[in-house]
Ligand binder design. Structure first.
Ligand SMILES: C[S@@+](CC[C@H](N)C(=O)[O-])C[C@H]1O[C@@H](n2cnc3c(N)ncnc32)[C@H](O)[C@@H]1O
Length: 347
């Protein structure tokens, strides 16, 4: 039966896919045990040295190392272990943009929820949220009750945002913006990068109070005078006036069409004539057949985060912006990590 599909890339991907959850967790464990860090400092270490560093039983370490080697992230040379170039770059540092933070966040928050996928998708709501105490309808709100997990979550989100933020920050459209309103701007990671790149720019980050608190440290350390935090609820509170552009970065995709139209209308009303709107985030392809990052995200929203939303195709955002009154609507496509930037102007 197998030989029937030999050489078929779908079959090859299938074989990797069915083992991927186990391998993902093996890599996450290696991150948590700081094995990539250790090998960055001590390349070519043997199992005994890694065992002494990790303080774990030799046999279980042997099993773990074999699993990670199958991913290619670790290599064996003369019986000893070295980081691959990818592991060295992505997993062996504690930098703000390390994939180590992302992997730990996905392991702690996303993937436990996916075990409930069939139930949640059939129920039409984010039933995996039951694992988090509270009665608020979204993960973001419930996490404010659990500062430890909230910090892991936002560290992962910032690190993941940093993978794709440069493409946004370098857009020439920001050169003519004076004051930005960053809706759902999280801990200010994106705004901090934007104002650092564009010296005429200041930004107001509108997010929930518990998240603004996380941003306080960052903003005061880096750019206190040009990134202002505006705690509140983006649905129930007014958008502050006085900005000449509104940014939605990785925010609209969390919500339903009606909620998105409501937020776009609030952006329209808060802007002066000539004001710009930027919608930045993941876009699945217009025919909704490609985009693996977008696929994971859409599932996460529906199973856990909000019970709705997806990495909508760019043409949906274009239609909605046009519907609320923006003109000159267009999308910059082909940005890293399946990102697109949809732009519009208030006439
Ligand atoms: C996926 S994160 C995006 C963060 C940031 N814009 C970025 O690109 O990394 C979504 C953000 O929306 C915020 N958010 C969700 N619902 C909100 C609400 N009702 N009011 C204020 N912020 C909200 C969350 O706290 C979170 O920081």
């Amino acid at each position: 039966m197998d030989s029937l599909h030999d050489g078929d890339p779908v079959f090859e991907r299938f074989q990797f896919l069915v083992n991927a959850p186990a391998l993902f967790n093996a890599v996450a464990t290696a991150v948590e045990l700081r094995i990539f860090h250790f090998l960055a400092d001590n390349p070519g270490s043997g199992i005994e040295e890694i065992r002494a560093f990790t303080d774990m039983p030799r046999h279980q370490l042997r099993v773990l190392l074999q699993a990670v080697c199958t991913t290619g992230l670790l290599r064996r040379e003369n019986g000893n272990y070295v980081n691959s170039a990818v592991a060295q770059d992505l997993l062996a540092s504690d930098a703000e943009d390390s994939w180590g933070h992302i992997i730990v966040g996905w392991k702690e928050v996303y993937y436990p929820a996916f075990a409930h996928m069939t139930k949640a998708l059939k129920a039409g709501t984010n039933t995996a949220l039951d694992a988090y105490p509270g009665d608020e309808p979204t993960l973001y709100q419930r996490l404010s009750r659990n500062p430890e997990v909230e910090a892991v979550f936002h560290r992962a989100m910032s690190a993941f945002t940093l993978q794709s933020v440069d493409a946004l920050v370098e857009r020439p459209e920001f050169a003519s913006v004076r004051k930005l309103l960053d809706i759902g701007g999280g801990d200010g990671t994106t705004s901090a990068r934007l104002v650092a790149r564009h010296e005429q720019l200041s930004s107001t980050v509108f997010d929930m109070p518990s998240v603004s608190k996380l941003g306080e440290e960052k903003a005061s350390a880096v750019l206190a005078d040009r990134v202002e935090l505006h705690p509140g609820d983006i649905f129930n509170d007014e958008f502050p006036l006085g900005s000449d552009a509104v940014l939605f970065s990785h925010v609209l995709e969390i919500f339903s069409e009606d909620q998105i139209l409501g937020l776009m209308k609030k952006a329209y009303d808060a802007l002066p004539v000539g004001g710009k709107v930027f919608v930045y985030g993941y876009n699945v392809s217009d025919d909704e057949t490609t985009g693996i990052f977008g696929a994971r995200l859409g599932l996460y929203f529906n199973v856990l985060a909000s019970g709705q939303g997806m990495a909508y195709p760019a043409r949906d955002y274009e239609a909605w912006l046009t519907q609320v009154g923006f003109t000159g609507v267009e999308t910059v496509t082909g940005m890293p990590y399946e990102h697109g930037l949809t732009l519009g102007v208030k006439q």
